[in-house]
Design a protein around this ligand. Structure first.
Ligand SMILES: O=P(O)(O)O[C@@H]1[C@@H](OP(=O)(O)O)[C@H](OP(=O)(O)O)[C@H](O)[C@H](OP(=O)(O)O)[C@H]1OP(=O)(O)O
Ligand SMILES: Nc1ncnc2c1ncn2[C@@H]1O[C@H](COP(=O)(O)OP(=O)(O)O)[C@@H](O)[C@H]1O
Ligand SMILES: [Mg+2]
Ligand SMILES: [Mg+2]
Length: 368
């Protein structure tokens, strides 16, 4: 019998496509039955394919509508991930809300998010009582995190003078000393990989007392060119090798919790270790579909992920059809459809993905 092959369509911005779609990934995936196919931006998505799976990192109403049309026409295809779920990460408040709601028990390590407030206008910015409880230094981050260069422009604010140049809407977040190293935790379905990167250096008590300028601007501090970041020299120069990693099982617990709560498969989160406590970790940023190509062995990790999804989808479709046949013959198709649909919405330990083999008519589009 001919080998079953799967088409995975990808819709990515040019820079992302260049970094992610490398020959090494394409050929490994191909050898395992997965054909990675570029989705043309000039042609409606629903007119392309067939695709068993769509992978995307594009924004805007038009793209959302195209995905909706595609989904209506191809109820058996898997979309990784739903725009409704991705959108939460485009706002730095909703992005971290999910962390505050997460509960992980029986661990000596604790986690949370830094103290923060959102400022929508200039008046509130200078209204001290509005941000009582938040101490300098703070980091000012654009509220919107939509991938634009502007959304990565930040400032470390040491005192009141530093506030005047800020342009709300912004998030003011307590700057937490963390030894100048950030942990980036990459998640691909159930796979979790942590790497160390250079971060902002600690601020001393003296500096806090105001010997510095009011404001220090920066952007994407951990994002150096690929070769600089991965080679041994970078690790040595930045003293990264001296920094102990957080326990992998702890990060895996957080990753799993976030994945379930957010209903996302492809993301990374930035973690810092609070220098005031040895075992307190703070999550400061979550990114959709980050730069996976920087992750060692990303080709294998991503190919395994695609294969898992496709196998799961095949099983679910078969199961759905069997159940539907049974239901049809007993004349209770509608009820059975609901049951089967709900089953796919569950997020059990096996990492069930957002697949529904039957009609999505009765589903809430946000539910995956
Ligand atoms: O470009 P890269 O490979 O550095 O990846 C960026 C990510 O770097 P990281 O993997 O975390 O080191 C980067 O992560 P940070 O925000 O720098 O933590 C973002 O995910 C960025 O996407 P966007 O601009 O927020 O949409 C990512 O940019 P895109 O590739 O998605 O444009
Ligand atoms: N609360 C914080 N305390 C200390 N350093 C921080 C804090 N928030 C951000 N940083 C530093 O600023 C960098 C950029 O912030 P981040 O929220 O990750 O924005 P971006 O989405 O642009 O990556 C981080 O990688 C880290 O080095
Ligand atoms: Mg970040
Ligand atoms: Mg980010």
């Amino acid at each position: 019998m001919a080998e079953r092959r799967f088409g995975v369509g990808y819709a990515l911005a040019p820079k992302k496509q260049q970094s992610f779609i490398q020959d090494s990934l394409v050929s490994l995936a191909r050898s395992r039955g997965i054909d990675l196919v570029r989705i043309e931006r000039e042609i409606p998505l629903a007119d392309q394919g067939p695709f068993d799976c769509v992978l995307h990192k594009l924004y805007g109403d038009d793209w959302r509508r195209q995905l909706e049309d595609f989904r209506a026409k191809n109820p058996n295809a898997v979309i990784i991930d739903y725009p409704e779920a991705i959108e939460r990460l485009h706002n730095r408040i909703s992005m971290l809300q999910v962390v505050s709601e997460l509960k992980i028990e029986d661990r000596s390590e604790t986690f949370g998010i830094p103290k923060q407030i959102v400022i929508y206008d200039k008046e509130t910015l200078f209204d001290r009582p509005a941000w009582e409880g938040l101490k300098f230094p703070v980091i000012a981050k654009p509220l919107v995190a939509d991938g634009s260069a502007k959304s990565h422009k930040m400032a470390l604010i040491f005192n009141h003078d530093g506030l005047s140049n800020l342009k709300p809407p912004i998030v003011l977040q307590e700057f937490v000393n963390h030894g100048g190293v950030i942990f980036k935790v990459y998640v691909v379905g159930e796979y979790v990989k942590c790497v160390k990167r250079k971060s902002l250096p600690d601020v001393s008590e003296e500096e806090k007392l105001g010997s510095l300028e009011g404001l220090l601007s920066f952007s994407q501090v951990s994002n150096l060119a690929t070769n600089e970041r991965t080679d041994d020299k970078y690790y040595k120069k930045m003293h990264l090798d001296e920094t102990e990693m957080p326990p992998q099982s702890f990060l895996t617990d957080i990753a799993r919790g976030l994945r379930r709560a957010m209903k996302l498969n492809l993301f990374n989160f930035d973690v810092i270790r609070d220098a005031r406590f040895g075992n307190r970790y703070l999550i400061i940023d979550i990114n959709y579909f980050p730069g996976y190509a920087k992750m060692p062995g990303y080709e294998t990790v991503l190919t395994d992920f695609f294969c898992d999804i496709m196998e799961k989808k095949e099983r679910e479709v078969e199961k759905g059809l069997e159940e539907k046949d049974g239901a049809d013959s007993r004349g209770c198709d509608k009820e059975m459809r609901k049951l089967v649909s709900n089953a796919y919405c569950s997020d059990g330990d096996d990492g069930v993905l957002p697949v529904s083999p039957l009609s999505r008519e009765e589903e809430n589009p946000i539910q995956v």
